[in-house]
Design a protein around this ligand. Structure first.
Ligand SMILES: Nc1ncnc2c1ncn2[C@@H]1O[C@H](COP(=O)(O)OP(=O)(O)O)[C@@H](O)[C@H]1O
Ligand SMILES: [Mg+2]
Length: 369
């Protein structure tokens, strides 16, 4: 897919911005704190409905204003899609798709797919399991909207169950109602786990190949899903049975802690290079390249699932990669529309022969170079 137009009103440091893109490689160049990342953030927001930098919409609204607007027009094989998002101070965001109001955030999924790669993504390797689950969940949600709804449902049920666990601590007679939530959590959780297993199984193959290329055949990247519930098959029914059993076995522990200890909300992803956990034993360089491999593989996964390449958003990452790895990324620019931020576009290789559209970003103003 191609982003054709992007319009921002009262978005971060932009009072009004209107851009029309005609090429496959778009560069935003400028000094620090001028508004480069803000543009990529707005594209990401129109893709999955939230910022990668904050969960508080009001932070995005231009200081002193009441409302922010983002308008994104994308071209896909099946035609054009127009996404409009309005963020207000004390209201939920309003989303409209091709002029029709969307009631639920999930409806946005799949209209604009994107993969964002920024320096903070090292958290994917070094950070907590939450980061890795987010990576998996974003990847699947963009191609399977039903998955996104299941996640929302799961979190709701989990909240209810945790509240009940705390209440049982004070009033033991409530214990008998726990099984209702066990059942619902197991059903939704089992679906989530089976989808994740499928996703990781496919991603693993692509990531292995990609990483071998990036590392000149020297490194073997291996990823695997680590469930907190013991499962011995990827069959949803079987997982559900194990889920139920585990929850029941853990009733007393859960009540004592006042929260649900086991389940897909505690699962993790292992990332190994040459048999060693990259998180603990990988060099900084290996950690960086394994994230790059995973992101590039995510692009291929989305293409495989939807027949379209997503948008690629590269925030400040080119300068951190060596020539060879830059080259790996550049090879994607022909098939994947890519948005790059950099402090000096003169340092980017090959942009001339890729017909890049170059913009200079300066204090919330954007001009063609
Ligand atoms: N809600 C907001 N209202 C006004 N300005 C904002 C808001 N949020 C961030 N900014 C401004 O945006 C700028 C940072 O933009 P950013 O895109 O992160 O810069 P960079 O070019 O370094 O990527 C800063 O000048 C910051 O003050
Ligand atoms: Mg930035």
């Amino acid at each position: 897919m191609r982003l054709r137009e992007l319009g921002l009103i009262n978005y971060r440091n932009y009072i009004k911005l209107e851009l029309a893109f005609s090429s496959n490689l778009i560069i935003f160049s400028g000094k620090n704190a001028q508004g480069k990342t803000n543009i990529l953030e707005s594209i990401f927001l129109s893709s999955i409905g939230r910022s990668h930098r904050t969960s508080r919409d009001r932070e995005i609204i231009l200081k002193g204003e009441k409302e922010s607007r983002v308008r994104a027009l994308v071209e896909k094989k099946e035609g054009l899609s127009l996404i409009e998002i309005a963020l207000a101070q004390n209201e939920n965001k309003k989303i409209s798709i091709n002029g029709m109001a969307a009631d639920r955030l999930g409806e946005l999924m799949g209209h604009i797919n994107s993969v964002l790669f920024s320096p903070e993504d090292l958290r994917l390797v070094k950070g907590s399991p939450t980061e890795r689950r987010r990576f998996i969940d974003m990847g699947i949600s963009q191609t399977f909207p039903r998955y996104f709804y299941s996640l929302q449902r799961y979190n709701k049920i989990l909240g209810h169950r945790n509240n009940l666990l705390k209440s049982i601590g004070e009033k033991d007679s409530l214990r008998k109602t726990l099984s209702v939530w066990d059942e619902q959590l197991s059903e939704t959780g089992a679906y989530i786990i089976s989808r994740r297993l499928k996703f990781i199984e496919d991603l693993k193959i692509i990531a292995k190949r990609t990483h071998r290329e990036i590392s000149f055949d020297e490194e073997e990247l291996d990823i695997s899903y680590i469930p907190s519930i013991e499962i011995d098959s990827d069959n949803t029914e079987a997982i559900m049975k194990e889920y139920m059993k585990t929850l029941e076995t853990n009733h007393n522990d859960d009540i004592r802690r006042g929260r649900t200890e086991k389940g897909c909300h505690r699962d993790d992803l292992n990332i190994f290079i040459n048999g060693m956990d990259v998180r603990n034993f990988g060099s900084q360089g290996q950690q960086r390249t394994s994230v790059l491999s995973l992101k590039l593989s995510e692009i291929e996964m989305m293409h495989k699932e939807t027949g379209e390449y997503p948008l690629l958003l590269l925030d400040d990452v080119m300068s951190e990669l060596d020539q060879y790895r830059q080259g790996e990324l550049i090879s994607y620019f022909d098939k994947v529309q890519t948005f790059i931020t950099t402090t000096d576009y003169g340092n980017l290789p090959h942009i001339k022969d890729k017909n890049a559209e170059i913009y200079i970003v300066n204090k919330g103003k954007v001009d063609k170079a």
